[in-house]
Design a protein around this ligand. Structure first.
Ligand code: 13P
Ligand code: MG
Ligand code: MG
Length: 386
């Protein structure tokens, strides 16, 4: 069978600030997922939150961009929004940017990542005898938050020793999006290992370039990873919320193992997106259903892992990867890195550059001052050297 994993995530309201959704909001979203399973739109579904974002993880046979699946997700988010509004929660419906999207939800606000692949988990299947995948969800993060960890997972044997194995050594193809091009999905495909340095030249810029997909070379019908690379503020034209990306990553066999992929998150690398969407802070790995309560909204990332049975069900079993004492030391390190950067407040690298300041108000403040600048000395006309 051809299976699609669809993950849609949205911030539709939270308690006491940008912290977490209420249990009643999650229940409303779960009810819609259950209706989707009962009516046959979905094979299975799982609902959780990371910070103030609700993630819907669904399996079905309807392919990417299915209207039925995306509309179901929209209803789940709308129902949760209604609960949030009724309770007077903060930012009810924040990420639902349009009134009634008619088809799929790309461009309507929620983060979307989808993977479709051939699923035949039998012992004789030489490529995928079993299917395991994980879903990363990040809150208070810029769109390229996974650029570094996913690149290291799929291209650097210092992190993924498995890349030295015959099954993986053909390498991976990276589809990268230029998120500044709002006319459409402007993409380039580059191959690791040959294009290693070109890929890093793009991925170093987390606010402009983002990994959209990763494919196993040599197994062309087996996509490895999909990442949401919609920029909320580009869609809306003005700041509405942080991008807070999600990623679906298949693992084991022809792909890196979870322990290799997760090892790249031990850095707690700095990303854009802390408080007011405008500060640089480290990305802290946390358990599913963790609230954002840290200083300057320290960005969070969760990771839930699943196995898929023969008929596309997965939610009976899951593993919450970062919900383990093994990650405590990384959480402490993230706090220390965050506190260290906050010591320099608004200065230089601790905040995002002018063009990336997500709260337009910061820019308005600067623009209001620009009109008050005056010339003291006119620059003399200079003839450049021949
Ligand atoms: P969210 O986009 O997660 O609501 O975060 C907004 C923010 O910048 C909080 O400081
Ligand atoms: Mg919020
Ligand atoms: Mg959020």
């Amino acid at each position: 069978m051809r299976i699609t994993i669809s993950v849609l995530k949205a911030d539709v309201g939270s308690i006491g600030g940008h912290t977490l959704p209420s249990p009643a909001m999650l229940a409303a979203a779960r009810e819609e997922i259950q209706r989707g399973i009962a009516s046959g739109v979905l094979l299975d579904g799982f609902v959780s939150h990371t910070g103030d974002d609700i993630a819907l993880i669904m399996s079905h046979e309807r392919g990417n961009d299915s209207t039925a699946v995306h509309q179901l997700a929209w209803r789940a988010f709308q129902n949760a929004t209604a609960v949030a509004a009724e309770a007077g929660l903060y930012g009810a419906g924040q990420d639902l940017l349009v009134d009634a999207p008619s088809g799929n939800l790309r461009g309507a606000g929620p983060a979307v990542a989808e993977l479709t692949f051939e699923h035949n988990p039998v012992k004789t299947n030489k490529v995928r005898a079993s299917e395991s995948f994980c879903v990363f969800a990040a809150d208070k993060c810029g769109p390229g938050a996974y650029n570094l960890p996913l690149f290291l997972s799929f291209a650097d044997p210092m992190y993924s020793a498995g890349l030295m194995l015959p099954k993986l050594s053909k390498g991976f193809r990276f589809k990268i999006v230029d998120m500044d091009n709002t006319e459409g999905d402007s993409v380039i495909e580059l191959n690791a290992p040959e294009d290693y340095y070109q890929i890093t030249a793009l991925l170093r810029d987390n606010e402009r370039f983002g990994i959209a997909e990763i494919h196993a070379r040599g197994f062309e019908h087996q996509p490895a990873a999909a990442v949401s690379t919609q920029r909320l503020h580009n869609i809306a034209g003005t700041y509405t919320g942080k991008d807070d990306p999600i990623a679906i990553v298949r693992n084991q066999g022809i792909f890196p193992a979870p322990e290799e992929i997760l090892s790249t998150f031990a850095k707690a690398h700095y990303v854009g997106g802390g408080a007011r969407g405008s500060h640089v802070m480290p990305l802290m790995p946390v358990a599913l259903n963790t609230a954002v309560t840290g200083l300057y909204c320290i960005p969070l990332v969760s990771c839930v892992g699943f196995s898929l049975n023969g008929i596309g069900q997965f939610s009976g079993n899951s593993v919450d990867f970062f919900n383990n004492t093994a990650w405590d030391i990384v959480r402490h390190r993230a706090q220390e890195k965050g506190i260290a950067l906050r010591e320099q407040g608004w200065s230089g690298a601790s905040m995002l550059p002018y063009t990336e300041l997500e709260y337009g108000g910061f820019r308005d403040t600067v623009e209001g001052l620009l009109s008050r600048f005056r010339f003291e000395h006119k620059t003399p006309h200079v003839v450049p050297k021949k």
